[in-house]
Design a protein around this ligand. Structure first.
Ligand code: PMP
Length: 350
């Protein structure tokens, strides 16, 4: 016997490139083009390095309390982790233990099948319609759990809460996870449904709208029983997931709501302007409620444009996958960055 037979071999998720060069326009990983709240900067400058001697608070109280206050929840309804990837991975481990398949859309976050493979969870992808929309009836089949992003990634399509509620309500025997990584750019959160449905978990992140991808904070909100199961799994894995810096700075970020609203509004404005420019240039895209636009052109090949953009220092995301291999996902940067993209596209020869 070969020891390799006992190795948990996986094909890992491939994240967008983080190039080392600095003078590029980086629109490939949906980061914010703006810095975090000035309160975070000030908090960082006054952190006491001496405190790093101690383990951080395993209950993450400062951050959990700040989030609970912000969303009008009790701390028992909030769970925090190292980015929403960490929260989602733990949620898979905790909630998706059925022999029936986990369901998620065929075009969605490409980490979903990776976690399923990692944990050996059976899964089925459910095709989106031709406009990248979810057909709610497709989720009435037997399943061991459901997950989808809303707004969806990489399409930016937002599904209204009636559809979300329909799916949650009609699957009361499974946990339904709504991955709201992009919810603050124009969507309506399913958070208001967590008191009504004990099988609903809503997951959000500091990486996009709070401009803190580098600090790695994600969180889940649900009824206290769900949160307790997540917490039990965490304490059976690693008690100290959140370091002192994340807890402190994350807590400060939540307090600065005015700044949060200012930068999300700016990104939405830029998206709407940039979208019109894309239309003028002959591109089409589904209406986006996220901080990116998923665009295609009838004559320009996405794979080629991707490389040409990159050669000129503009990084966007291209997925060589069925149904979406002629699309580019373009993160919304500052007005100036997007003007440069438009300038490039104006000159690009068909
Ligand atoms: N969900 C979706 C749909 C995403 O696009 C991302 C970003 N890659 C994440 C979750 C994870 O984000 P993070 O771990 O930075 O919170």
């Amino acid at each position: 016997m070969d020891w390799r037979e006992n190795v948990r071999m996986v094909t890992p998720y491939v994240a967008g490139e983080q190039p080392k060069i600095s003078d590029i326009i980086k629109l490939n990983t949906n980061e914010s083009p703006y810095p975090p709240s000035p309160k975070v900067g000030a908090g960082m400058a006054s952190l006491d390095a001496g405190l790093l001697r101690l383990y951080p608070d395993p209950n993450c109280t400062v951050l959990v309390d700040a989030l609970a206050d912000y969303y009008g929840l009790t701390p028992e309804q909030v769970f925090v982790g190292v980015g929403s990837d960490d929260v989602l991975a733990l949620a898979y481990l905790t909630f998706f233990n059925s022999k029936k398949p986990l369901l998620f859309p065929d075009v969605s976050y490409s980490f979903y099948d990776v976690w399923a493979e990692l944990y050996r969870i059976p899964y089925q992808t459910v095709p989106l319609d031709d406009d990248f929309g979810i057909n709610q009836e497709d989720y009435l089949r037997d399943n061991g759990g459901i997950i989808f992003p809303n707004p969806n990634a990489p399409t930016g399509v937002f599904e209204n809460l009636d559809l979300v509620e329909y799916i949650v309500k009609n699957n009361s025997d499974s946990i339904v996870i709504i991955d709201e990584a992009y919810i603050d750019f124009g969507g309506v959160s399913a958070l208001k449904l967590i008191d009504k449905y004990s099988n609903l978990l809503v997951v959000q992140t500091f990486s996009k709208s709070r401009a803190m991808a580098g600090i790695r904070i994600g969180y889940a909100m649900g009824n206290p029983e769900l949160i307790k199961y997540l917490s039990d799994a965490k304490f059976s894995f690693n008690s100290y997931t959140m370091n002192l810096t994340s807890l402190t700075l994350g807590g400060l970020a939540v307090l600065d709501d005015a700044y949060f609203k200012e930068i999300t509004a700016k990104i939405i404005n830029t998206r709407e302007w940039f979208g019109k420019e894309l239309t003028r240039l002959g591109f089409s895209y589904p209406k986006s409620c996220a901080n990116f636009i998923f665009a295609t052109h009838p004559e320009i090949k996405a794979a080629e444009l991707f490389l040409k953009l990159k050669e000129s220092g503009i990084y966007v995301r291209y997925f060589n996958q069925p149904r979406i291999d002629n699309y580019l996902r373009i993160t919304i940067g500052t007005d100036e960055e997007m003007r440069k993209v438009v300038e490039f596209l104006n000159k690009y020869n068909v």
